[in-house]
Ligand binder design. Structure first.
Ligand code: PBG
Length: 322
């Protein structure tokens, strides 16, 4: 049976009926807001390629965390910009490091806000790669030891959840074992399970000062052309103990988000990355798009594809707009 009996427009005739049949609704509960934490005091340094985002010293990050929580956003994810970097990223597990102190300061002031830490070496290594290097190779197994020390130090500082983003093989299982051996059996892991070697990360690398000094990340992050491989990566991470799995970036990878959602029964996170944010900001600045509508449309599409959780630099603006 078809037209004139079937008229889909009947369910679109006014906002109330559209609201009633709407399949996807965003709420501030869906968001995780990324924060870039740097050393010093009273620092709020603009990130040129990400208008509205800042590198914040710990005192400022605490204030920001308070306002994030007041907007109804349940979690922040922290990225650290350390004062010193070295070849092995040893600053990543310094108990007095910028992230470790930031976690404690935020949890002291806003205990109900979930504090997630990004676990990776690229912000702490002098060469900017996400692991230990030998010549021009990024070594897998030696990197796991450092990542586990980093994750443990974050949890000891009070992190609620750790989120490894390095894409080394076996790191979820390795980190899970170390956390468990130290009694942190209840700390969840969000795995950056399907993380692609994407050109959309470049504004972030300015923000986190983590541009690789040679080569690129294609020997550890995934090839953007691959879809089935994401299922393999996610399956491995769940087997190793990941509680939540992430697809990253988001808006060019909606098919991957949808596959992961359909295949597995754990919550799915999607990271709408720096380049996605900057493109919208830039076009809005030129007056070419309606920023609020495009922002909400993109976030809605990520959720519609299957994401339960969205990491987004728009979290605060979206929470205000909803
Ligand atoms: C660290 C990390 C990156 C991002 C999150 N964690 C950068 C990278 O892999 O180069 C990207 C986030 C963004 O672009 O917003 N490995």
């Amino acid at each position: 049976m078809s037209f004139p009996i079937r008229r889909p427009r009947r369910l679109r005739s006014n906002e109330t009926i559209r609201r009633m049949v709407r399949e996807t609704t965003l709420t501030p509960d869906d968001f995780i807001y990324p924060l870039f934490v740097t050393f010093g005091r009273g620092v709020q340094k603009k990130i040129a390629s990400m208008p509205g985002c800042y590198q914040l010293s710990i005192d400022r990050a605490v204030k920001e965390a308070e306002s994030v929580f007041k907007l109804g956003i349940p979690a922040v994810i922290l990225f650290g910009i350390p004062e010193k970097k070295d070849a092995t990223g040893s600053g990543s597990y310094d108990p007095k490091g910028v992230i470790q102190r930031a976690v404690k300061a935020i949890k002291d002031r806003v205990p109900e806000l979930l504090v997630i830490t990004d676990v990776c070496l690229c912000e702490y290594t002098s060469h900017g790669h996400c692991g230990i290097i030998k010549g021009d190779k990024v070594l897998n197994d030696p990197t796991l030891e450092v990542l586990a020390k980093e994750a443990l130090s974050h949890v000891r500082a009070g992190a609620d959840i750790v989120a490894p983003s390095d894409m080394m093989d076996g790191r979820i299982g390795f980190i899970r074992d170390v956390l468990d051996a130290h009694g942190f059996v209840d700390t969840p892991i969000i795995s950056y399970a399907a993380k692609y070697a994407s050109a959309f990360y470049s504004p972030f690398r300015d923000a986190a000062e983590s541009v690789p000094s040679f080569g690129d990340r294609r020997s550890y992050q995934m090839d953007p052309a691959n879809r089935r491989e994401a299922i393999k990566e996610v399956a491995l991470d769940i087997e190793e103990g990941a509680d939540i799995v992430m697809v990253k970036p988001a808006w060019s990878y909606l098919d991957v988000i949808s596959d992961v959602k359909d295949t597995f029964d754990v919550p799915v996170a999607a990271y709408s990355v720096s380049g996605e944010y900057s493109l919208i900001k830039a076009a809005a600045k030129m007056g070419w798009i309606d920023e609020t509508r495009v922002m909400l449309e993109v976030l809605t599409s990520i959720k519609r594809a299957g994401a339960d959780i969205i990491l987004t630099y728009f979290a605060k603006e979206a929470a205000k707009a909803l």
